[in-house]
Design a binder for this molecule. Structure first.
Ligand code: GDP
Ligand code: MN
Length: 382
């Protein structure tokens, strides 16, 4: 789960990380009122959206007067940044940045541990830097058994050539970032830029934290920070219906029971030259309610032109699934997408008999089902 910059900064401040103290405004007047409270110039006005590269998109402005502030808030509120419409701006004191550093910690799947990443060439997006100047990035895996040790901090300090004047504040930022990452079950926490200021100190000028969805139940105070307006609408709906759904770009809607089978289904659709429209695990039960919800969810995506239902009857019986599908289709009388269905496992023969004579396209094996779904989908696209 992603949160806004101002929320990430508030959290980091609780961990002792120095950040500019700002406030969020939803209108130009509110921005002006906050400016009055802060009573300092210059200020920065920053778009609060869940996408990066706001600076380049005109979503970050340094302002020196009341007029500039109004104009900046006016132009940023309502701005479309990579598909996200700006509804709120952060107004905070502008600072005298001399040098921009990147500091982040991510959960690295390859090494299966948290990895600290640092670069003296901050300010730009880390993906961009990794592509052009990978040698400018220090990657420091943190051993799970010992956690962060003083020698890690020394290595980062020396790699970044942090000046003596900034050592204390830099260490407060580093320790706070790492503790927040661990204690709140983040999957990514980064500060970019971590600025070295004219007065010699280090300050966290931007912050981004993503949290592990599966650990959110342990952190209700983090779960509360969710902004559904920033999320994929179909994924929000799926979460409310307790379906595990990820939207993809293809045309074949997949309904599958079990996460592993869902992955395998996407692989085999691709193997036969098709593109899945989604990952969707409806769970073990596959009752009528879930199937109907899943069909509605998937077909709300206008790119979908074919449905592939792939069910393995392990714990669940295939005849119960078939009944669920028939009931679901009864509830959706106008449903006219071609459906290829493969049912195998417990009572699969009974299930197939139940579905014979319907409009459903029955397949016995997974490859047969996938191949047919791909054929139908490409003939409809043509
Ligand atoms: P991002 O583009 O979405 O990552 O937004 P950032 O918060 O990183 O801001 C982009 C850039 O704006 C930074 O890299 C800085 O160069 C600049 N910036 C942000 N805050 C300040 C500030 O207080 N003072 C100055 N001089 N520049 C700032
Ligand atoms: Mn940034």
């Amino acid at each position: 789960m992603k949160v806004h910059e101002y929320q990430a900064k508030e959290l980091l401040a609780q961990y002792g990380v120095p950040t500019p103290r700002g406030k969020v405004a939803r209108s130009v007047d509110e921005a002006e009122q906050i400016a009055g409270e802060l009573a300092t110039w210059p200020l920065v006005v920053k778009a609060q959206v869940h996408v990066g590269g706001r600076g380049k998109a005109g979503g970050v402005k340094l302002v020196k007067t009341q007029e500039e502030l109004r104009a900046a808030a006016q132009s940023i509120l309502g701005l479309d940044i990579k598909g996200s419409i700006v509804r709120q701006v952060l107004v905070e004191p502008g600072v005298d940045i001399r040098h921009e550093i990147y500091l982040g910690i991510i959960l690295d799947r390859a090494t299966q541990r948290p990895v600290v990443m640092a670069s003296a060439e901050g300010g730009v997006e880390i993906e961009e830097l990794a592509a052009t100047r990978p040698e400018a990035i220090l990657k420091l895996p943190i051993p799970p058994l010992y956690g962060l040790r003083p020698h890690h901090t020394r290595e980062v300090l020396s790699f970044l050539r942090i000046p003596a004047s900034a050592k204390d504040s830099f260490q407060r930022i580093f320790n706070g970032l790492v503790r927040a990452f661990y204690e709140k079950d983040a999957s990514l926490a980064e500060i970019n830029p971590l600025a070295i200021l004219g007065n010699g100190e280090a300050l966290a000028c931007d912050a981004k934290i993503n949290f592990d969805e599966n650990a959110l139940y342990l952190h209700p105070e983090i779960a509360e920070l969710r902004d559904e307006g920033e999320e994929e609408p179909l994924e929000v709906e799926a979460r409310h219906k307790k379906l595990s759904y990820v939207k993809l770009d293809g045309r074949i809607g997949c309904i599958v029971n079990g996460a592993g089978l869902a992955m395998a289904t996407m692989d085999i659709v691709k193997h036969f030259g098709g593109e899945p429209a989604n990952f969707l695990d409806i769970g073990g039960g596959a009752k009528a309610e879930q199937v109907a919800d899943a069909l509605q969810l998937i077909t709300a995506d206008p790119a979908v032109n074919t449905i592939f239902i792939n069910i393995f009857g392990g714990i669940v019986r295939c005849d119960l699934v078939a009944e669920g599908i028939l009931t679901a289709l009864d509830r959706l009388p106008d449903f006219d997408y071609p459906i290829v269905i493969r049912l195998s496992g417990t009572n699969d023969e009974i299930a197939r008999k139940m579905l014979e004579g319907t409009k459903l396209n029955l397949a016995v094996t997974m490859s047969e089902g996938a191949r047919r779904a791909v054929e139908i989908s490409s003939s409809r696209a043509a």
